[in-house]
Design a protein around this ligand. Sequence first.
Ligand code: MN
Length: 206
Amino acid sequence: MAEPLPLYRGDLPAEIAAAYANSTQIAVDTETTGLNMWRDRLCLVQLTDEHGQLSLVQILPGTRPDRLLDLLTDPGKLKIFHFARFDVTRIKQIYGVTVAPIFCTKIASKMCRTSTDRHGLKDLVQNIVGVSLDKEKQTSDWGADTLSPEQLHYAASDVLYLIAIKETLTEMLKREGRLEMAESCFNFMATLAEFDRLGWEGIFEH
Ligand code: MN
């Protein structure tokens, strides 16, 4: 039976934000009403740190989650995403802030798990952690005012394994001599997100 998860409306409460003071790694994911950044709304931001401190922040239209944004822009905390490009672009577009520093498990996987072309989160969780993620709630109504326990558990499961995956991928990148190139790529993500946000396409094509 599912226990209730720590859901906060609008922003992290001050005492919860303070409890992340000693975190150096924060796994992050977001849920939206769709993938179109001009049309669709950011609804939920999920966080967990290396101490397993989980928070789900429901984004309320017209309010700014200042304490959440402070964490996401804290230079002393590495933010770990799966496909950071999307989340970093959205957060910049909505709030005008740059999420940094970051680690992207999708790029990392593409750079070291070269024996496969399966780099989805479900694939990484299955292969690295040995857990089968249920993606059934992925396309549910994240804009709902009241999110169901099933939605919240799904949302939490998207960040729960990211730090463990990042550790494994980092070791593989080191082994292959590609960690520096991966880090350089993560540092470039803010610029790539800015190109996306400004509507540039194919800037690296001939
Ligand atoms: Mn997700």
